[in-house]
Design a protein around this ligand. Sequence first.
Ligand code: IMP
Ligand code: MG
Length: 437
Amino acid sequence: MPAYAVIGGQWGDEGKGKIVDFMAQDANIVVRYAGGGNAGHTVENENGKFALRTIPCGVVNSHTRLNIIGRGTVPDPSIVVEELKALAAKGIDISRLRIDKAAHLVMCWHVTKDRLEEERKRKDGNSIGTTGNGIGPCYADKIDRVGFRAGDLLDFPRFKDRFSLRYKERAAYFKRNYRSHFRKFFFFRKCGSCTICGKMRSLPNALAELEGQVEYLRQTFGGLESLILDTRPILWDALHRGQNILLEGAQGFLLDIDHGTYPYVTSSNTGVASAANGSGVAISDITERIAVIKAYVTRVGEGELPTRMAGYPERKIRELGHEYGTVTGRPRRCGWFDTVSFKCVARANGLTGVAITRLDILDHVKLIGIGVDDGKGGVRIEWFHGWGPEESVKNCRTWESLPERAKEYCKIIACGIPIKYVSVGAAREETINVEEA
Ligand code: IMP
Ligand code: MG
């Protein structure tokens, strides 16, 4: 099994971190191929509990040889350094990280732009509800061919010159175009520390911060060259030697810039095609294409959620499932599983398998809704009698041991795609490897 892609089958937060951690036990290399610090991947295993944002989940797995931040991603150096320090403090061997030199870096002005735009749109009543991590503006600069790439850090004096120029140009642009925001904050002399544009420090401070981050990376990796490089030959060589590569998705396919509910989407491609493009692994090498799907759906940020639950079930699921954003802490909207959108995800990504997560949460729901095609281009809810609370999936470790109703439910939501894993809790042991039976 040369390369396998694990993508989000919904609007993100499907539990990819946990499934990737489980699958990483067989992977030599784990690659993140898109997105950046907007992601929040939670992993709980024998090494502890971790919340990762840009670094692949394989880093907290002792078997994984290398973890690559691929060329399709947009890492923010300040977040990467923060993550590395937190991992090192927990005794994780961080030397197994590599960053592709073509990955575009999120700079402070991207974060500022993201937040100022959101503030402006909010006033007009059409905000997207981004995570505020500068993802959209960074990808926009990449497409505009004015971006800063990881490889540019290798010539740091030149990087700093370009950084200063662009900083001044951006600062002038912000003052020109977001006058009301700046007037308010200049008046109170608060700008630079407000939560909206606080990332945009003064130029000397921004440069000093960047220098500190680069110095940390240099010392940790014995020079930047061993961290930042063309990672494609590493992947091609691994494939040639028959090693396993896991391509770790972020966000979900319904947030994809081309396939999602535009404009309420993230700024990258999130599916299997992006796993190839964002890493350098050929499409033909990706023989397993797995979507992680939660037993219900959630959505954080704005945009439609056709199967949204009524008030009480939503509150209950949100509390039971701790459905609050890992990165932003925002409460997630909760809905019933939507087979209509999932069939589209399955088709567009050529799925070979699904991993169903959070089945245990539905232990507590007597009547479970399922979104089905209403024949008029929309979704209607059908009701399914659950298995709980008399029966529970929590302690099941094999497919056979699951309650009959739970198995039936899993088959319905999988829409004919083979079920590979069923997750019944946060810990690694609480995973049913269906194929093993
Ligand atoms: P951005 O990716 O920060 O630009 O946010 C765009 C949209 O994608 C917003 O609705 C976010 O809430 C959503 N989003 C981005 N990353 C994630 C994620 O990792 N999980 C869930 N939603 C996300
Ligand atoms: Mg998340």
